[in-house]
Design a protein around this ligand. Structure first.
Ligand code: CAA
Length: 273
């Protein structure tokens, strides 16, 4: 906006001035503090790398000390510096402490990617209460546990991007995943409700629903089942973690402020709503 032009009133369609049309594009996006939960996994790693490459300061959570140490060292060799925080995202108090520590050390979190998640696949007739509860706590309670302390900082700074990493199986269901599909569908309900609550505060909330991506989670599925799945993907291949990271980088951009409450399918055409 030029110094002389007036802001558009609510409901008024603002005409751009000749000066605005000629204005050069912004050169550099603002560097922000990012939290990616479960960043040491396949999709999480690609998201951390992509956001760091865009100049953001990236923090992530881990549970396994040894795995996290090896991950950090390997990525340091590639030139990345990530900030790791030990946290069980299924535990609300642990999440409150983790968020406080990040804010104290790096600054207010302005981009949050709720990515941590697990599977405990089983048909319902064989599913134990432990299998049900573990998936509900890690995949869905975690979204509340992390977003609740983070939202205060986003509201204070008047800017926020929240991305919930859901799944195609929350949209279409999947044999053997009553627990997982329930959490992934639930995440998008959370997205839509919170998107309404914070829409006027500069904060967007969106879901990404990846299809079958080349990760350890998908590699754990029996080979015959994997072969039958890939045959159902119109693009003809599993997705890559980078495919998901690309969708994240689009939704967290400053320019994406008008996109909120959406569910971005990233599944090679496997399921269309
Ligand atoms: N559709 C219909 N029937 C199926 C079936 C399917 N997809 N899969 C198995 N069955 C049938 C079997 O033929 C068998 O039939 P009979 O009883 O008549 O012989 C029966 O169901 C087997 O049922 P069980 O109760 O024995 O099944 P189980 O408890 O052993 O569980 C399973 C099987 C482990 C769930 C297995 O089906 C499986 O691994 N499925 C794939 C699950 C999957 O896709 N997970 C995705 C993981 S990756 C991920 O989640 C990431 C993401 O977001 C996409």
């Amino acid at each position: 906006m030029t110094a002389t032009s007036k802001p558009a009133k609510t409901g008024e369609i603002k005409q751009s001035t000749a000066d605005e049309k000629a204005a050069p594009p912004k050169s550099q996006p603002v560097a922000r503090v990012v939290l990616v939960t479960g960043g040491t996994g396949g999709i999480g790693t690609a998201i951390c790398k992509r956001l760091a490459q865009q100049g953001h300061v990236v923090a992530t959570t881990y549970r396994n000390e040894e795995k996290a140490g090896a991950w950090k060292r390997a990525l340091q060799k590639e030139g990345f510096t990530f900030h790791l925080y030990k946290c069980d995202v299924a535990d609300f108090e642990d999440c409150q402490k983790m968020v406080k520590a990040i804010v104290a050390e790096l600054g207010p979190i302005q981009i949050l990617v709720n990515n941590a998640g697990i599977t405990r696949d089983s048909s319902l007739r064989k599913m134990t209460h432990e299998q049900w509860q573990a998936v509900i706590s890690s995949n869905l309670d975690s979204v509340f546990n992390v977003t609740r302390p983070v939202i205060d900082y986003m509201l204070e700074s008047g800017f926020g991007r929240i991305i919930n990493i859901s799944s195609i199986n929350g949209q279409k269901g999947q044999f053997g995943q009553a627990n997982y599909a329930a959490t992934k569908a639930g995440m998008h309900g959370f997205t839509k409700a919170l998107a309404l609550e914070v829409a006027k505060k500069g904060i967007t909330v969106n879901t990404i629903s990846p299809g079958y991506i080349e990760t350890e989670m998908v590699a754990a599925v029996a080979e015959n089942i994997r072969n039958s799945i890939v045959a159902q993907i119109p693009v003809g291949r599993f997705g890559t973690p980078e495919d998901v990271a690309h969708a994240v980088s689009f939704l967290v951009a400053d320019e994406s402020g008008f996109i909120t409450g959406t569910n971005l399918a990233t599944n090679g055409g496997h399921f269309m709503e």
